[in-house]
Ligand binder design. Sequence first.
Ligand SMILES: Cc1ncc(COP(=O)(O)O)c(C=O)c1O
Length: 420
Amino acid sequence: MYIRTKLDLAKELGNMKDAGLYKEERIILSDQKANIDVRYPADSKETEVLNFCANNYLGLANHPELIKAAHETLDKYGFGMASVRFICGTQDLHKELENKIAEFYQTEDTILYSSCFDANGGLFEAILGADDAIITDALNHASIIDGIRLCKARRLIYDHSDMNSLEQKLKLAREGSDIWDHSGLEAMPNAPKNIIIATDGVFSMDGDVAKIDEIIELANKYDAMVMVDDSHATGFLGKTGRGSIEYCGSLGHVDIITSTLGKAMGGASGGFTTGRKEIIDMLRQRSRPYLFSNTLAPSIVGASIKAFDLIAGSDDLREKLKNNTVFFRKRMKELGFEIIDSVHPIVPVLFRKFQNDAQLATLVSRDLYNEGIYVVGFSYPVVPKGQARIRVQISAAHDMEHIERCLTAFEKVGKKHKVI
Ligand SMILES: Cc1ncc(COP(=O)(O)O)c(C=O)c1O
């Protein structure tokens, strides 16, 4: 029975390979840190490269204190819970981490998930229905898009970070009528009851920060709520690491925040939603990934608690990350590369001045790899046509010597391909 599907899939996989869109895993043989041992292609020999493509922003992925906390929790609380939270899967540790996150973000309550993908996937349908609407940034993460798809609320998409476009959609939404993006849904007879504006805090392909303060102003004007996914900012953006919301001076004014523990906060896995008490309470009643899937293993919870304590206790890692980022961005511009301006350690290096931008992103990243610098090139359809790029990610795990080596390699390879 499988033969027809097998042939179809093989053909499609072949097409992906021909189009250069087939993703291959690179096998890492060491722990996650600045210099990693990689085997790529899979049958080649092991090579040491500098890692400039991890979300390990604070370098906590192999931090001795997190590893110690994970060991201690493993010894005391065991390996797993063998249950979802509401049956017998909640330990005092889970509650401790939830409270810590609420305190951190100055919110009323928090609910943990096994990933931020789950947090976003289980958010909208649990609190909104067919009488409600969601207005979403065009560049929001896939998990927000999927979460919205699962929900009966109507949807409008605003142009990326464009406040005029957002205001126009809010006006339309408040007027109601039949303006919604969902195909196949009946026209909505009345204006929506509840509206949520959904945005990433930092957009992962461009490294730009959402205009959260302006979004909140518009939300207040049109009686809407605001949801921010802070995955690429929790722990390091803003003066005390409280993310894009702190960076925009908006702590305490965002109704719903989702984020991940799988990036700056140790990088293992886990996500959360934090915000208004009744919303979190309803998620505990109705959110499907929470009700029907195990949550975080105790060792991850223990290490995550330690991660929040570490970043509350010292600015050192944040400062190092900031200095590394400012230096790298400045030097790349001086070398003549086109980068997208921002304050964020995601540094997209663009090739849009060149006709063969997609090919250049691939060739330059391959040559950088041969120079011992691990970065990834992205082209259409991951980013818009003509906007192929290499996404460099800076970390507090990098020492200045690593950053200098990366810049030297960029200069050499950039000159070889006449990009600079
Ligand atoms: C903005 C954003 N939201 C959610 C996620 C998913 O996070 P997790 O790995 O915890 O599922 C990511 C990860 O790529 C992300 O960038």
